[in-house]
Design a protein around this ligand. Sequence first.
Ligand code: COA
Length: 337
Amino acid sequence: MYQSEIIGCGMYVPEKIVTNNDLAQVMETSHEWIIQRSGIEERRWVTPEVSTSDLALKACEEAIKNAGIDKKEIDCILFATISPDHDFPGSACFLQPKLGLTEIPAIDVRQQCSGFIYGLSMADAFIKTGQYKTILLVGAEIHSKGLDKTTRGRDVAVLFGDGAGAVVIRRAEAQNGAKDSKIFSTHLFAEGVHAKELWAAAPGSGLGSELRMNHEHVEAGLFFPQMNGKKVFANAVRRMCECLMLALEKNNLKLEDIDLFLFHQANLRINQMLAQELKIPEEKVFNTIMKYGNTTAATIPIGMSEAVKAGKLKKGSLVASAAFGSGFTWASTIYRW
Ligand SMILES: CC(C)(COP(=O)(O)OP(=O)(O)OC[C@H]1O[C@@H](n2cnc3c(N)ncnc32)[C@H](O)[C@@H]1OP(=O)(O)O)[C@@H](O)C(=O)NCCC(=O)NCCS
């Protein structure tokens, strides 16, 4: 069986910075409330003409450059997003020609905040079985076009931002099997009984209406995300802890062996609680949520890019990532950078 490794990463966020005070101009909220509950100081929003695949393209171009490959070597695209360019086809199909590529498979991954690790797991499996050799995995989101930016939607609207992160994953040249493995393992979970604790109902065939989207749905705001914040928070801490410990156990590793923790960025308080419960030193957890908010499928690859730039993620670093999100879904992975 082959092994796989991440050989380059890239990111892109739109230029427009939206501060907490900017949000307080359009809804009843405050910088103090947002900072205290989530740690978020600002986030980025796109301008209207930009689509999710446009953001993804920029992150992918940087990842391809950093990987030092010719883009023609890519034999599969995986695109994790919950804010696609259009209802269908998937955003990977819109991204492929923008990259100047043709015919290679273009697959969307719809696992919300766990989407990047789900995609990594799929890429790893494709490479291990020999089906593909060089895979481009991107997580990108434009949340700003799907949020209720009034006081009605403030519990969700203040948490999310736009952005993209990408990696190139390639068959590793290692000769010694598992010992040299760069992606050690991935662990995926879901519990669909909680699907409606964080979801957007419309458009949807499950609405009991003749059309998947009608005027009543629009008026009721059914295309905006709805969230049970307290339940999501509690489950995020519990499940991320569990799946992280499982990944360590499966690889005979201890928490102390990990050089850097790159967790999903949903709420700084979730990651602080996770670190506190597991007694992980603060300097080993790399957070970006303060600047970008929750960019869902993009948080982990954005974290990789920023950690490389900050000198925190170096060649040979042993990294653990974990994520939790809508579904509920959660996932973990351990990899050598
Ligand atoms: C959303 C979240 C920050 C709310 O924090 P919380 O501690 O549960 O909220 P609190 O109980 O302290 O406050 C709720 C009150 O604040 C109000 N409120 C909600 N959003 C607000 C905002 N943006 N600004 C000001 N007040 C707000 C509510 O209306 C409520 O008011 P009430 O008590 O008068 O009814 C928190 O639950 C959370 O982060 N959950 C997880 C979210 C997440 O991670 N989502 C993505 C998962 S991938």
